[in-house]
Design a protein around this ligand. Structure first.
Ligand SMILES: [Zn+2]
Length: 387
């Protein structure tokens, strides 16, 4: 049963790229050896399975900021996972020509097994992203050195596969959850919060947006009086924290008005007695960014690999238009971002309904990234000419 499994795996391919490799070695023809090797692998995996399984689970759970749960692993079919692991290790042995009789061969088998488990368990836990990590030594192939520290997706293997899938590869896939991803892009988040709160761009009191929604800060929608009451509004006269009554009264007053689109936010200052401090507005901007972050990653999964100037500019577009608005109204722009074509993104980034100064600033952020990419490209071709 096991044998026919493996044969069909070799013949028709499994779910992994390993089987695509031309084996070319005489191993497969020598059936006797092949059978022996298979038996050895089955025995070896049975022997080391629980150790490596536990170690891989631990290493995933210990990844900061400690956001992963092993709960879903309870649903994994261990027996079929182990059969898959046997096939993967055996395929690597055939392709790379090692066996379990030497310490070196066993080391390679451990690496293949742990990477197989790492991938299978991360996927089972619902982890979508990983960070490609090399050994940072001279043996790392150039194509993998380029991937070091970059974000990849389990559902979208790069050329020649995920870490350790390619011949002799010693790279590793560090799990990246949404909180870890958020931490990775924190510098851009901080920079954008400051940009969003530049004085001319925001008011500190409640106002009606162009659709008569009660709003505060940088477009923070207040759906009801309770939402307003939950914020740290202060009284303009005394700077004291406003009472719930005062906040509710002011909300109700604005909620009863309409804005046909002719009034700016500043127009509503005359009706208000309360304001938010800068820190509170900054918190609201950060909260909203975190709220749209999942959707933003749905549109741009490799967001964290982009230059910081691009991240800041994208935050501005997504914050202003919403992620749906961005993908719906700016399809060419979104394509250019996915292609990492920053020069085209600069051209396609122009919005109506915001100031030209802001438009110019965002365009320049993309142009900055385009210039940097061009300079890096030039550096690369100069290098290869030198050799
Ligand atoms: Zn590698």
């Amino acid at each position: 049963m096991r044998k026919s499994n493996f044969e069909s795996f070799i013949r028709f391919g499994g779910s992994r790229a390993l089987v695509q490799k031309p084996f070319g070695s005489p191993h497969l023809e020598r059936k006797q050896d092949s059978q022996e090797a298979e038996g050895a692998v089955v025995e070896w995996i049975l022997d080391v399975w629980s150790n490596h399984y536990g170690a891989v689970v631990q290493s995933i759970l210990k990844t900061t900021p400690f956001e992963f749960s092993p709960a879903k692993l309870a649903y994994l079919d261990q027996a079929s996972l182990r059969v898959d692991a046997e096939m993967v290790v055996l395929a690597a042995m055939e392709a790379e020509g090692f066996d379990l009789s030497s310490a070196e061969g066993e080391r390679r088998a451990v690496m293949v097994l742990t990477n197989f488990l790492n991938q299978a368990l991360q996927k089972a836990m619902g982890i979508r992203f990983y960070v490609w990590t090399t050994h940072h030594d001279t043996r790392v192939r150039d194509s993998h050195a380029e991937r070091d520290g970059k974000i990849f997706r389990w559902d979208s293997p790069p050329e020649s596969g995920h870490p350790a899938e390619d011949f002799g590869c010693r790279c590793y896939a560090h799990p990246l959850g949404i909180e870890g991803y958020w931490e990775r892009v924190s510098e851009g988040v901080i920079a954008y919060k400051a940009l969003a709160l530049e004085p001319e761009e925001n008011v500190d009191h409640m106002y009606l947006d162009s659709k008569s929604n009660v709003t505060v800060g940088i477009g923070t929608f207040l759906p009801n009086a309770a939402a307003a009451a939950a914020l740290a509004f202060r009284r303009n006269v005394t700077e004291d924290l406003a009472s719930e009554d005062q906040k509710t009264t002011e909300y109700d007053l604005l909620d009863a008005m309409t804005n046909d689109g002719n009034f700016t936010a500043a127009h509503y200052a005359q009706f208000t007695n309360l304001h938010l401090r800068w820190d509170e507005k900054k918190r609201l901007v950060g909260d909203h960014m975190r709220e749209i972050f999942d959707a933003l990653l749905g549109l741009f999964p490799y967001f964290g690999n982009y230059p910081q100037s691009v991240q800041i500019a994208l935050w501005d577009m997504a914050y202003n238009l919403g992620v749906d608005g961005l993908s719906g109204k700016f399809p060419n722009f979104c394509l250019s971002i996915q292609d990492e074509d920053w020069a085209t993104a600069a051209l396609e980034s122009h919005r109506t309904g915001i100031g030209e100064e802001r438009n110019d600033h965002i365009r320049d952020l993309f142009l900055e990234a385009a210039d940097e990419a061009a300079a890096a490209e030039e550096g690369n071709s100069a290098d290869s000419e030198g050799e």
